[in-house]
Each structure stands twice: as C-alpha cells, then as structure tokens.
Design a protein around this ligand. Structure first.
Ligand code: GLN
Length: 561
C-alpha cells in the first residue's frame, strides 16, 4: 500500500478536502485504484451529534456511518463507497484503546499516548486502507489520508507522531506528504507572502515530517519568484510546488494539478511511474468546461432551518448541481429561512416575511431538505402547501417528506392538529410517529441509518420512471420518525400515494401526488449517492419538472431512447 498524506498549515478552511480528493482523482485517472481516509482530531466519536450550524452537514454512508462532510467529497470525486472506519476521530481511537484496557489486553502495562494511542492509529490506518471501496476485489494501490486541522494543533499531535512512524515503517517509496498552505497577499498590488508557509513547514519538520510537495492556495497564480523562495526555505524541489489558485469551479482543481504535473511528482515519490498511465481526464475537462459555459439557470427555493451556513446542506447543493449540469443549467439557489414564511414573522419581521414569500413565489421549484427539531416546521408546511396548491414542483427530503404528510393531513383531511410526535408528543392525529427498527425501550442508537431497500410499488409513477423502472432502489437514511402506517389508507384515498415502501410494507419511503406535475417526498436522502456524471434520479426529476421538460424526458426514456 502506498500512502499520500495531506496535511494543512497556516489556517483552516483552505479546501484541504477538495485538494485531497482532487489528488485522488488525478491518481485514479492515471489508472490507479484509490481509497481515502479522513482523520478528524476532535474528540467526538463521529459527526452524528455535531450541529450542522457549526460543522456543516453530517454525511451518511451506506453502512450507516455518520461522518464528516469531506467523505462526501471523496465519494463524489472518486466515485467510491466508503465505510465508517474511513473516518478516524480521536474519540474513536481512544474508545478502542480504552475498551482494550478494560478487557485487560495491555497485561498490566501503563497505557499511554505513545505508544498505545499512536499504535492504535497506525493499525487503524493500515487496516482501513486495505478495504476495497471501488467495487473491485483486493486493496487499492494508493490511500489518500487527509489529516484535519492545522499542523501545530495540540489535538493532532498524536496523529502526526503516528503518521511519522508510519512513514518510517513503510519506507520512503511508499509515503508521500503533501502540505497544503496559504500564500496571502497583503495590500492591493502587494507581495505574495511565503512566511506563514515557511513557519508551518518548519513546524512539520520539527515533528519529523518533511513535505515532498507543497500545495499552495492563493487567489492569483504564484509568481516564479514566490515558488523559488518557497523551494529554498521549505526544502521542497521547485517542481513539487503546486499552486491551487482560485478557479471558476472546483472541478477545475484536478485539471490544475494535472497541468502542473502533480501526478508525476507524486508517482515518482511513490515509485509508481512504471505502473501508472498518463492521466485520462477527458470527462473531467468536459464537465468543468461545460459548467463554465452554461448561461441558463433554474431557480430553486431551499426552505430549511440551517440556511445561514450553506455547508449544512452540502450534498443537497451538490446533487442539485449534478442534476442541473446534466440538463445544461446553472442552479440558482434561493435560501429561505423557513421561519420567515410563518405568520408570526409577518408581525415581528415584516420585511423578512415579504422577501421570503416573494422569493418562494419566484422560484421554479421548491425543496425542503432534512432536519431535526421543530424550528421552522410551520414555515416548511406553508412552502409545501404553496407548492402543492400551485402546481410548483416539490421535493421533500426526509423531514421534507414528513412535512408534506402533515400538511396534507391538515389541509386536505381537515385534521388541524395532525402532527409528527417529534413536534407534538400529544397530537390527537399522529401522522408521523416513532418507529425504531430495534427495541422501543433501548435508549440510544434509535436512528434508522444507512442504506435500506425501497420497493417501488407500481411502475406507473414518476419516481419509478425516473429510476429507470427498477423494482427497487437502495438509498441512505438518517431519521427516527416515519409516516404512521395506520393513516396510509386515509391519505391514499384522499389522493396522496405511497409509491415506495420498505420490504415489510410498513415503512413509507416515497410519496407522490399523481394530480400534481411533480410532488415527491422521500424518507431517504437521495443526495448522498448523487455523483457528478450520475445525478440522482429524483433531483433530476425536480429540475426537469421545474423547466417543463419532465414529460418529454420520461416518455423518451420509456421508449428506450
Ligand atoms: N427529524 C426527522 C426524523 O428524525 C427527519 C430527519 C431528517 O430529515 N434527516 O425522522
């Protein structure tokens, strides 16, 4: 196994994750099999309990792992399916070491950060790197490891030490360190400053790791003089100084790296030049360039709770992007804080209320994404109602599906107090209820997580046609509540159809309103499996409907063309 470690210096938020995934893309384009590991030095065991406000979206894997959103970037860029063990946190490492300690595995020894924590890190990295993630047999050729945080952080120290030991034990031919750093410019026509990078490389070297390549983030391309300086002071050959300057869209980054021969430097370091081919990136180039030249756009109203930080819905945004690009459109996403649509806001913040409604009415389609807690749910229901009554294409994801069921029960069935027990435990009409897969009395881990099968109930529905008439789909879940099986008949008689159910027939997975051009709710999160060249069927359906092209598309597909 060959390892490419990506570390970061100077500041966080440099796009280390995108850099690491892009390096993976270039290596994959050279004919190599690539896997990846993300290390998050925080103490949380996983991202499951972390607020999307603070940390961005919680990404969900097939195996139910709730992980850092960077794993989403890896899955999308490398088209792989990762496991929860591909995301290492300090919490996970300590948990495994402490479990061993309690079992008595350390035979009375003092358990210490060095060597026990560092050994656990090395073992974890090596065993996870060997798991195939691309559907083929046997381990990949290269494992890209992204170390979160910035070099010098106290909490990343045990990881740096473990990776230093790893580099030593696997030998120079099998280890390549790429340090991502920032080259700021002071003043308007100021100089490109190399000092922060010099300092962070010095810090890294003091810890026993010397970078083989530098990936320097900057607004404008680096000047030769800047590169020369970096080379001299950071102990990195000038041809190994890569520059990631601002680009029109992130799909350009693998191309930028290829144009600077990053693959050559990496392959040389890893002694893989003979095995690898020259990078085939035709599809990427096409995708990146096509997107730059798209002029038409489609307006999507995103009605949610966490609209302040767009990373909270990163995969939804990416899935919209994939669907739009496939249709030569640019997504124009209008964020609406759901609570701004509510009656209360008309009084307390009239301007925000007016803007929110104006935005909603101007949109070509409406999307209500997943979420937890009751903040803004009234506003989401108003958005769902508006879309339903005005034939505006609607996609409700997870919470968004539950919202459409509650709204339908209230408006159409006249059950004014219909609700989810998540928002009103005493509701007389619980249309969304708690349905744990395991024991009802067991505390914790009550979330339904990961890939589950949905059986399509009839070929005669939009969803089935969009999914290519397949009998079932496997999509990822992350929820606790579900549509109450006792109300299905009543809802269906009133016109809301449940066209996708789980294998028991008790759990509602997909709803549609056949009288509407596109009104779809799904209990799962289709955004997690959307890929740049393979957009999610349901996002594609939403955008097709928003631009009046759904019927033509469906009939073309039905005719096999
Ligand atoms: N809060 C809802 C539930 O737990 C929806 C979850 C979600 O949207 N991911 O069922």
């Amino acid at each position: 196994m060959k390892y490419v470690l990506i570390s970061g210096g100077v500041v966080s938020g440099l796009g280390k994750g995108v850099t690491a995934s892009s390096i993976g893309v270039v290596l994959k384009a050279c004919g190599l099999r690539v896997t990846s590991i993300k290390i998050d030095p925080y103490l949380n065991i996983d991202a499951g309990t972390m607020s999307p406000f603070e940390h961005g979206e919680v990404f969900v894997l097939d195996d139910g792992g709730e992980v850092d959103l960077d794993l989403g970037n890896y899955e999308r860029f490398l088209d792989v399916t990762l496991t929860k063990d591909n995301n290492i946190t300090t919490g996970k490492i300590y948990q495994s070491v402490l479990e061993k300690e309690r079992r008595g595995d350390y035979l009375g020894k003092t358990v210490q950060v060095v060597p026990h924590i560092t050994d656990a890190i090395k073992d974890w990295v090596q065993s996870v790197a060997a798991i195939p993630v691309d559907g083929q047999e046997g381990p990949a050729d290269v494992c890209v490891i992204e170390l979160g945080g910035t070099v010098g952080d106290i909490e990343s120290m045990p990881f740096i030490e473990a990776l230093r030991q790893l580099s030593f034990s696997v030998g120079p031919d099998n280890f390549c360190l790429i340090h991502v750093s920032l080259i700021p410019v002071l003043g308007v026509v100021g100089e490109q400053k190399t000092k922060p990078t010099q300092h962070s490389v010095r810090e890294l070297r003091a810890l026993g790791l010397t970078p083989h390549l530098l990936a320097c983030r900057s607004a404008e391309p680096l000047l030769q003089n800047t590169k020369d300086k970096l080379s001299q002071f950071c102990h990195v050959p000038v041809e190994n100084i890569l520059n990631i300057h601002d680009v029109p869209n992130i799909w350009h980054i693998p191309l930028l790296l290829r144009n600077q021969n990053a693959h050559h430097s990496i392959l040389q370091q890893l002694n893989l030049l003979e095995k690898a081919t020259s990078p085939a990136l035709q599809q990427w180039t096409k995708m990146a360039e096509t997107y730059d030249n798209i002029t038409d756009s489609v307006r999507i109203a995103m009605v949610g709770k966490y609209v302040g930080l767009t990373d909270s819905y990163l995969s939804v945004i990416k899935a919209l992007l994939h669907a739009c690009v496939a249709l030569s459109l640019r997504p124009s996403i209008d964020w609406i804080a759901a609570s701004d649509l509510e009656d209360d806001s008309a009084k307390s913040t009239p301007q925000a209320y007016a803007t929110a409604w104006e935005t909603l009415k101007r949109a070509n389609c409406v999307l209500v994404p997943g979420g937890f807690g009751d903040r803004g749910v009234k506003g989401m229901m108003l958005a769902a109602k508006y879309a339903r009554e005005n034939n505006v294409p609607y996609l409700g994801i997870c919470l968004g599906m539950q919202i459409s069921v509650i709204e339908f029960a209230r408006s159409v069935l006249g059950l004014e107090r219909a609700n989810s027990v998540e928002f009103d435990a005493q509701t007389p009409n619980p249309v969304v209820i708690f349905m744990p897969e395991g024991s009802r009395t067991h505390m914790g881990s009550t979330m339904r997580l990961g890939s589950r099968r949905t059986l399509l109930q009839t070929p005669d529905c939009i969803t089935s046609k969009l999914y290519g008439n397949s009998a079932y789909v496997d999509e990822r879940h992350r929820h606790r509540y579900e549509v109450n099986p006792d109300v299905i008949r009543t809802l269906e008689e009133a016109g809301l159809k449940f066209v996708g159910k789980d294998e028991t027939g008790n759990r509602m997975e997909i709803l549609e309103l056949p009288s509407h051009p596109y009104y779809v709710g799904v209990q799962f999160h289709p955004e997690f499996k959307s890929r740049p060249a393979r957009p999610s069927a349901l996002f594609l359906g939403l955008i097709l409907a928003a631009t009046g092209k759904l019927e033509a598309y469906v009939s073309r597909r039905q005719n096999g063309s």
